[in-house]
Design a protein around this ligand. Structure first.
Ligand SMILES: [Zn+2]
Length: 395
């Protein structure tokens, strides 16, 4: 009975959320009625406005009404720090989709942009909180945070983490197929510049070809990464990765190029940082290129950085969520890890214990055939409802 009610409730809420466009306007550089997260923030405000014991607040993050929304529900344990449920409000863009904001139900699956990434998690969290509150007072305060801008720069969660008070633990919603993710990789985007010396191509010996240096540099980084990174694989989320992904240089066929620029994506594992990655790259350049060539290479500071996550698998947040999962669904699982990164990194960076958990399959995220199985969204809501009522007394 209550399981069916819950499924009906998540179906209704998720349908509403998909019907409200919240495409991240950045990255694509687009603007228009489908862009921005404010409709979802207003929806959450309305959803919790009449729920007793709740307050709702907006936290401005970016221009154009792009605010985080924070729902706060009190708890009965004096002085207990809140448990945070977080899901991002934005989606990626909709190119190639026919009717991205018309939620379509088909054989138990809901189709539409954001259905899986990550409005399913947001719906499960909202329904879990409403139902847990309806069942009686919560032992521990619970905050539900809808954050803007996960799909571009994660400025929403960064703004929240900036001056968040003590948080006992956090569940970040992403499509994990109900896996409890205790560790994930981080990510750095970084640029390298190679300086040569220009000369006419009839007398190339007077110049220093920046592209030849860049070729040596690419080989050096590729070989070193292949030799050293696999050995440092993290037990849950695999090895660190380095991918050189952009290269640009030269001005004309008849000029020895004096400049070349490269960019790479470096996936970090827990324990690595921007500083440790830089130290490693400097060592590789010095050893692999020699001091003279290495001196021609400038390694810029990262222009994008998402921290990795590692919560001990024995942490009560992990064990209680696994138990709630087992009790609700019969799934006896162990904590696992993933290779992608999420908003959770910004919380982990602040020392907040965090797990990533939610309905849906990441394989459908960012695709034109995005969808989620509604029964799984209902189960996720059931698991989270148990967690909120349990209240994690050891934290
Ligand atoms: Zn997502």
């Amino acid at each position: 009975m209550s399981e069916e009610e819950r499924l009906a409730e998540v179906t209704a809420v998720l349908g509403d959320l998909v019907a409200l466009p919240s495409v991240n306007p950045e990255g694509s550089g687009q603007s228009g009625p489908s862009y921005g997260e404010s409709r979802i923030a207003s929806y959450l405000e309305r959803l919790f406005a009449s729920v007793p014991g709740c307050s709702v607040e907006r936290q401005p993050v970016r221009e154009g009404g792009r605010d985080n929304v924070i729902v706060r529900a009190g708890g009965t344990t004096r002085g207990a720090a809140p448990l945070l449920l977080e899901a991002h409000l934005d989606t990626v863009d909709v190119q190639g989709m026919e009717r991205p904001f018309v939620p379509r139900l088909e054989a138990g699956w809901l189709h539409g942009r954001g259905s899986c990434d990550t409005k399913a998690s947001l719906a499960a969290m909202a329904v879990a909180l409403r139902r847990a509150l309806a069942a009686g007072p919560l032992p521990r305060p619970v905050w539900l945070l809808g954050a803007v801008d996960e799909e571009y720069q994660q400025t929403g969660i960064a703004r929240f983490a900036e001056d968040a008070p003590a948080i006992a633990g956090a569940v970040v919603g992403e499509p994990t197929r109900l896996e409890v993710i205790a560790a994930h990789k981080g990510q750095l985007y970084q640029r390298l510049e190679v300086r040569g010396l220009a000369a006419h191509t009839s007398v190339p010996e007077r110049g220093e070809n920046a592209l030849y240096l860049a070729a040596d540099l690419v080989r050096c980084l590729r070989d070193r990464a292949a030799a050293e990174l696999p050995a440092r694989a993290h037990p849950l989320c695999g090895p660190p990765l380095l991918t050189i992904s952009m290269i640009r240089g030269g001005t004309s066929e008849h000029i020895v190029p004096d400049h070349c620029e490269l960019a790479f994506d470096r996936r970090t594992v827990p324990g690595e940082s921007a500083a440790s990655v830089r130290a490693e790259l400097e060592r590789w350049l010095a050893e692999g290129l020699g001091p003279e060539a290495a001196a021609r290479v400038t390694l810029h500071a990262p222009h994008h950085e998402a921290p990795p996550v590692e919560t001990p698998v024995g942490h009560p947040l992990v064990t209680h969520l696994l138990r709630a999962l087992a009790d609700e669904t019969g799934l006896a699982r162990a904590a696992s890890g993933v290779s992608y990164n999420t908003d959770a990194g910004r919380l982990a960076e602040r020392g907040i214990p965090v797990v990533v958990f939610g309905p849906g399959d990441i394989a459908f995220a960012h695709t034109t055939h995005e969808r989620v199985e509604l029964a799984e969204v209902g189960r996720a809501a059931g698991v989270l409802e148990r967690l909120l009522r349990d209240g994690l007394p050891e934290l």
